[in-house]
Design a protein around this ligand. Structure first.
Ligand code: ADP
Ligand code: ASP
Ligand code: MG
Length: 365
């Protein structure tokens, strides 16, 4: 059994969703599909809340209309039925109620934000289910992740409750898992003990996928995104990056925790606990291969990747890899672990330092 997660840019419209559906249909053992909200939807939901908070109720409702129009356009390309659009309208009715409440009190709580956030993934998963139903003979079942992703009540940054998730997945998902079915569900969203909407933190859908993988005993979790794996550094920020063929859980986790946005920081924790291999690849170029993160990597030492994080201390650049030893780096070392060394770099030297430290990484390939 495999779990596959598709990020926002991979489900941004019907064409992109079709690429994901083709990838799913080409794999027989894929049991659970986890989708993010369509590209930019989560940001738009934040803007809707912020605009309502200013008391600009009409402007905020216009933004909801825009969100509805965008999703209805995708719906027209997938299955142009009035009841589908009505369903999207029902979901966004909840947004309109919240907008009115927020603009009245000129404030919103994190709990309000979580209820708004959920709408994005609820719409994308509905559309994706419709598309997948039209492309496979298997039974495609949409499941609401809020029934089994159980969390504490830290709204907007909820902590997953692994034992409760396992029990809820056994009840809500396992009975429907079979070689003849595919379950589609939402990343990012969950509920607390009182059944209130929560989210795992921005970009948290990757983590939903491995939590589900852990709970169903998957033998692989696939994270499909817009780049062909984990690279030596963010390929959008510097030119000569390389995709890394394989990484240990520790290396990949450390790269993510120290800033590599390609994976949500906690993603590999469930995978490591259950020794589940994680594949990261691109829906735009699935044949390009990707990165395999697992517990049996060929042991490689020295820097394998570079991460960048801006925090309260400043610009933190981290080399990640096993046995880094004494590297001749002309910046202040401010942290170290068994697989990383971190350096603090002033703003004026940041671009230069990124290039230099990345060269150090490449010299070890
Ligand atoms: P998704 O919407 O699929 O979750 P994200 O935008 O969260 O996608 O993550 C993919 C992006 O992560 C890439 O487009 C890339 O710019 C960025 N990124 C940052 N660091 C790395 C890295 N080391 N390797 C690959 N991509 C990285
Ligand atoms: N849709 C959420 C976000 O944009 C979660 C995710 O995509 O992982 O943060
Ligand atoms: Mg992401």
């Amino acid at each position: 059994m495999k779990v596959a997660k598709f990020g926002g840019s991979s489900v941004k419209d019907a064409v992109a969703m079709n690429r994901c559906a083709d990838l799913i249909c080409a794999q027989d053992a894929l049991s659970v599909v986890v989708v993010s909200a369509t590209k930019n939807t989560t940001n738009e939901l934040e803007l809707i809340a912020g605009t309502a908070k200013e008391g600009l109720v009409e402007d905020s409702l216009k933004l909801v209309d825009h969100l509805e129009k965008r999703h209805c356009e995708i719906c027209s390309d997938i299955e142009d039925l009035p009841e589908n659009k009505a369903f999207l309208g029902e979901i966004l009715k909840e947004a309109r109620v919240l907008v009115n409440e927020i603009s009245k009190k000129k404030d919103y709580s994190k709990e309000d934000m979580d209820s708004l956030y959920c709408l994005g993934e609820r719409m994308s998963s509905f559309l994706f289910t419709k598309l997948l139903q039209s492309k496979t003979k298997k039974k495609v079942i949409l499941k609401d992740a809020r029934r089994f992703i159980k969390t504490d009540s830290t709204f907007c940054a909820a902590v997953a409750q692994v034992d409760q998730i396992s029990a809820a997945v056994a009840k809500e998902l396992l009975p429907d898992l079979s070689s003849d079915s595919i379950i589609v569900t939402q990343g990012f969203i969950g509920t607390d003990e009182q059944g209130r909407n929560t989210t795992l933190g921005r970009e948290g859908s990757d983590y939903s996928a491995t939590l589900i993988g852990e709970a169903i005993g998957a033998n692989e979790v696939q994270i499909w995104t817009d780049v062909a794996g984990v690279a030596t550094f963010d390929p959008r920020l510097i030119d000569d990056t390389r995709f890394i063929g394989e990484l240990s859980y520790e290396e990949a986790s450390t790269l993510a925790l120290l800033g590599a946005k390609v994976l949500y920081p906690k993603t590999l924790f469930p995978a490591k606990r259950k020794n589940i291999p994680v594949f990261v690849g691109s829906t735009l170029d699935p044949k390009a291969g990707g990165t395999r993160i697992h517990g049996n990597c060929e042991r490689k030492t020295g820097p394998r990747g570079l991460s960048f994080l801006k925090n309260s201390e400043g610009n933190l650049l981290s080399l990640v890899g096993a046995e880094l030893g004494d590297l001749d780096i002309p910046y202040k070392k401010v942290g170290e672990s068994s697989v990383s060394q971190s350096f603090l770099v002033e703003d004026e030297k940041l671009d230069e330092a990124l290039i230099e430290l990345h060269k150090v990484v490449l010299s070890h390939y």
